[in-house]
Design a protein around this ligand. Sequence first.
Ligand code: COA
Length: 350
Amino acid sequence: MPRSFIAGVGRYVPEQVLTNEDLKRYMDTSDEWIQERTGIRERHFADRTSETTTTMGVKAAQMALDRAGLTAQEIDFIVFATLSPDYYFPGCGVLVQRELKMREVGALDVRNQCSGFLYALSVADQFIKTGMYRNILVIGSEKHSFGLDMSTRGRNVSVIFGDGAGAVVLKPTEADGHGILSTHLHSDGESAELLAMFNPGTHANHWTRENPVADFDEAEIAGMFMSHEMIDKAQNFPFMDGQAVFKKAVAKFPEVINEALAANGLVASDIDMLIPHQANLRISQMIQKLMRLPDNKVYNNIQRYGNTTAASIPIALCEAWEEGKINSGNLVCLAAFGSGFTWASSLIRW
Ligand code: COA
């Protein structure tokens, strides 16, 4: 059975930079608060009208294709991970297919938030292992800036997130011990509401309200998808219980990394480069400590980009590779945790 390997990596971050100081124009916050709690110094925001989640993803994809020595027409399947799609539906995958003038290949959107890229990578890996497809484009992209409450009311969430995109091209290899060794995916829906954007949605308060929907009239029910009241109450913005997320993340990251190591008969000291999803520098530092890894074996760039959700791992992977920190034969570990809760890991022999 073939394994898949990463034949090309690409990234795109929009030009506009917002420092912590810049955020003070919109909300009551401080550089000191943000850096102390998250490590973030600045983030990039997409141009409001000329850039979308898809257009950024396309730019990252083009770079990954060029580095893989492939044209878009040679791609057999697209997997696109995002929580900030251009449209409620259809997904961004088909827009990539259109933009890159690809053949009428399958296009799958993955909605696993911060773990989205690893879920997407895992899906692509299985298709290559079974021989169904040869060349797969995997993209993670986010335009968070369009969906954040930039007032003081939303500051606990909005200072964390930034825009950007990353992509990889997967191809099959028969080379022994090389490529994606394994992927590991998990979820625990008990905490679904602790990090979520509820509206617009079809939930009709089903999960949170004791009264059945039958108690409401038609107009009220229609307003449950999207209403002025929701907007007035900022219910169309992400909600996060930061402390609960933090606690669970620092437990699940090491667990899923150790699961991947055990599955391959390896130990933490075998890792050459750990790329954690860039959720919060303090979370990454705790994982590093718990895994007993030295500074040069953990890659972080959240200081410059904030949390770019599905894009954070491919952007970091791409930068680490460009900086010569990932070389042939290296053991690379990718790990993520986020909304759902979902968490995931992958080990790759580069
Ligand atoms: N600037 C200044 N003050 C802020 C602020 C901001 N951007 N955001 C919140 N505050 C204030 C709060 O209003 C609160 O004030 P109060 O004590 O007067 O009520 C105080 O800071 C503490 O707020 P709290 O939410 O308890 O802070 P925290 O120490 O838990 O840090 C996070 C908040 C979000 C940084 C932290 O919980 C975290 O990083 N969690 C993990 C989040 C994460 O990784 N999410 C992505 C998942 S993939």
